[in-house]
Design a protein around this ligand. Structure first.
Ligand SMILES: NC(=O)c1ccc[n+]([C@@H]2O[C@H](COP(=O)([O-])OP(=O)(O)OC[C@H]3O[C@@H](n4cnc5c(N)ncnc54)[C@H](OP(=O)(O)O)[C@@H]3O)[C@@H](O)[C@H]2O)c1
Length: 292
């Protein structure tokens, strides 16, 4: 598995990370999470992305990583959901970091994102300063922002964040200029939703609004996959956008993670096909906003 620098942070990450949003459901057996992490490590996947809002994800990772914590770069997200403290305040960030440290059973988290707050919150609520204090205290290595649109641009230009996370996929090409700007500034980029929420799976419009939007886009774009499978096409597109440090496919299925890892090892998709995929988006999707 290729490893890449996360911008100028000094961290290096596997080109394919694990989006750990799907291990948070209580119905998921703990042994499955252990197997998933074991397979990820065997594949060379050493970046794992979680969030406070992903159910049991953080605490399960904490347990599954016992004895192998040093082999991974951990990423999580904060900003909300602390009992007795208003969301999107400095104290909420400080407590979110402390609780994430406990759940993940570690004394330092490599990457902590402010999780999808709007620009006004970034500018005036003390959350950025609180995250910086957590870095200064040695609890967090890299301060990061996760989001889209003008908040993402503000984050890139603030001089505060070492990394950002935004949607990058065939159905989410709107952030490619921002990714390029991040690259020029030495800011690492983690590509979320890299498979565009796997819209090819659905015969009819899915119920979840974010997935439904991806499905609408997928149909409008009428993409040509040529000889590649859909997951391979999506993964290779996102992983080789210049400036993307790593993609974060979301799965709890070790075989799916392996498919993506092996596809990315094949390298970028062929130039003419790439040009046509970019042109489809320019034609149909010029006004589509990044899916938060
Ligand atoms: N910061 C944020 O606000 C935010 C928002 C969204 C996502 N994220 C990050 O991005 C990660 C991924 O996002 P996501 O899960 O929404 O979208 P995604 O990775 O684009 O799509 C996930 C879908 O792809 C399917 N899939 C994965 N590998 C596959 C394969 N090899 N073949 C066929 N299907 C495959 C999964 O099905 P199976 O479950 O069956 O494998 C699932 O339905 C999250 O876990 C999180 O880390 C962050």
């Amino acid at each position: 598995m290729e490893r890449r620098p996360l911008g100028a942070t000094g961290l290096s990450v596997s080109a394919v990370g694990l989006g750990a949003g799907r291990i948070g459901g209580p119905e998921k057996p703990e042994a499955d999470v252990d197997r998933l992490i074991g397979r990820a490590l065997d594949l060379g996947v050493t970046l794992i992305d979680s969030a406070r809002s992903y159910g049991l994800s953080e605490e399960r990772l904490g347990r599954a990583l016992r004895g192998r914590r040093e082999r991974v770069v951990l990423s999580t997200k904060v900003g909300y959901g602390i009992a007795g403290i208003p969301d999107w305040t400095g104290p909420c960030i400080a407590a979110g970091v402390d609780e994430a440290l406990q759940r993940l059973r570690t004394d330092r988290i490599e990457i902590v994102h402010l999780h999808s707050c709007p620009r006004e919150v970034l500018e005036g609520s003390g959350v950025v300063e609180a995250l910086v204090r957590a870095v200064e205290a040695g609890k967090v290595r890299v301060a990061a922002y996760s989001g889209e649109g003008d908040a993402l641009l503000w984050a890139l230009r603030s001089g505060v964040f070492g990394a950002v996370q935004c949607s990058v996929s065939l159905v989410d090409q709107g952030a490619l200029d921002a990714v390029s700007e991040a690259r020029s500034k030495g800011i690492g980029v983690l590509a979320k939703r890299p498979l565009g929420n796997a819209p090819w799976h659905f015969e009819s419009r899915p119920a979840e609004p974010d997935v439904a939007e991806a499905w609408d886009r997928f149909r409008a774009l009428r993409l040509e996959r040529a000889a590649l499978s859909w997951p391979a096409l999506f993964a290779r597109f996102a992983a080789f956008v210049p400036g993307v440090s790593a993609i974060l496919p979301g799965t709890a299925n070790p075989a799916h993670l392996a498919d993506v890892a092996l596809a990315v090892e094949e390298g970028p998709i062929e130039e003419t096909q790439l040009t046509s995929l970019r042109a489809s988006f320019a034609r149909e999707g010029a006004r589509w906003l990044g899916r938060v």
